[in-house]
Ligand binder design. Structure first.
Ligand SMILES: Cc1cc2nc3c(=O)[nH]c(=O)nc-3n(C[C@H](O)[C@H](O)[C@H](O)COP(=O)(O)O)c2cc1C
Length: 328
């Protein structure tokens, strides 16, 4: 089965990246209201060594974005617990499980999980293979290019393949890089040349041109986009439009729907302050790409104390005035 099918116009399979904290349920639902991507990956579910696996698996909802599938991602270093967690997620309806070998956070790596798995290809192999053996649904793996450096890059990529995962997603920065230096797309090309299984390319796709260039220069089989989708929630449609050669008609109502969903999905038990903070985070990304909008960010945020509808009308008027779609 081809897990990364192209659309009828030859557009590669497009995925919304997992982004713990920023790309939460509110954001994923807002993105789904705009659409354009084939699948999303949920941010990681941590599997600590003494986990109550069942209760952790509860927060995953396979049909959260229906009809768009939402893959589950798990992060940990204990092969048995990872396998148990995978089985719980299958019970919850997961159609695909992704093994996180990339999270750079020190609290995570301190426990040997996330990007720490890249320190030893044998450990990576053991953890991923345990998940593959535990379930019958597709298991995939998302990795960075290394921990401190890329000296084990080839070994890690090949260990991932040997574990039996269906495909790999590569974010070509090391743990030490964080999000600093540009993603090394040459390493996506390198991985592609080493692998027999498919590869999803990820990292620094901010425009349609970036997407097309990554595909052309690396030969990867699918694309995953994270921050680029927060800055421009229409990016998936615009990439698709490039392949269909029918321009994507940008509609303000869609952006309104995006913000509306975001407000509506913010949990009711969130205090007004938390709500503002969440929106601040989202608008921070959207506005960052546009200095004219950045000037107006404070105005939008001060309008947040008004009721939902008044706020949306106000925010939209500002966005409409300042967001130059033609630059995208
Ligand atoms: C705030 C934030 C949270 C992230 N959380 C996760 C995560 O839970 N799991 C994961 O595999 N990657 C996570 N990532 C990495 C992204 O999925 C992606 O690999 C990275 O941002 C590079 O892609 P981009 O340039 O398109 O954003 C996170 C990234 C950010 C910025």
């Amino acid at each position: 089965m081809n897990l990364l099918p192209k659309d009828k116009n030859g557009c590669p399979y497009l995925q919304l990246a997992p982004m713990e904290g920023v790309g939460d349920r509110c954001f994923r639902k807002s993105m789904a209201s705009i659409g354009g991507f084939d699948e999303a990956v949920r941010d990681f579910l941590r599997v600590p060594s003494n986990a109550h696996v069942k209760s952790l698996a509860k927060v995953y909802e396979a049909d959260e974005l229906a009809p768009i599938p939402l893959a589950a991602q798990i992060m940990g270093s204990d092969p048995d617990l990872m396998a148990q967690m995978a089985q719980e997620l299958v019970q919850k309806g997961a159609l695909r499980i992704d093994v996180n070998c990339g999270c750079p956070s020190n609290t995570v790596t301190g426990r040997g999980a996330g990007s720490s798995l890249l320190k030893d290809p044998n450990v990576l192999l053991e953890v991923a293979a345990a998940v593959v053996r535990a379930v019958t649904i597709p298991v995939t793996l998302k990795m960075r290019s290394g921990y401190e450096d890329i000296s084990l890059f080839d070994e890690n990529v090949l260990a991932a393949q040997e574990s039996g995962v269906c495909y790999i997603t590569l974010h070509p920065r090391t743990k030490v890089d964080g999000y600093g230096p540009p993603a090394r797309w040459d390493l996506i090309a390198r991985a592609k040349s080493l692998l027999k299984i498919p590869l999803v390319g990820n990292g620094d796709i901010l425009t349609v041109n970036d997407a097309v260039t990554m595909l052309r220069t690396t030969g990867c089989d699918g694309l995953m986009i994270g921050r680029g989708s927060i800055i421009n929630p229409f990016i998936f449609h615009q990439i698709r439009a490039h392949y269909s050669q029918i321009p994507y008609e940008l509609k303000w109502e869609k952006l309104l729907g995006f913000l509306d969903t975001f407000m509506a999905e913010t949990p009711n038990d969130f205090s007004a302050k938390l709500r503002v903070n969440k929106l601040k985070q989202l608008l921070g990304f959207i506005f960052k790409s546009n200095p004219r909008l950045m000037e107006k960010r404070q105005q939008v945020l001060s309008a947040l104390h008004q009721d939902h509808e008044t706020f949306l009308a106000f925010a939209m008027a500002l966005l409409k005035e300042s967001w130059n779609f033609s630059n995208r």
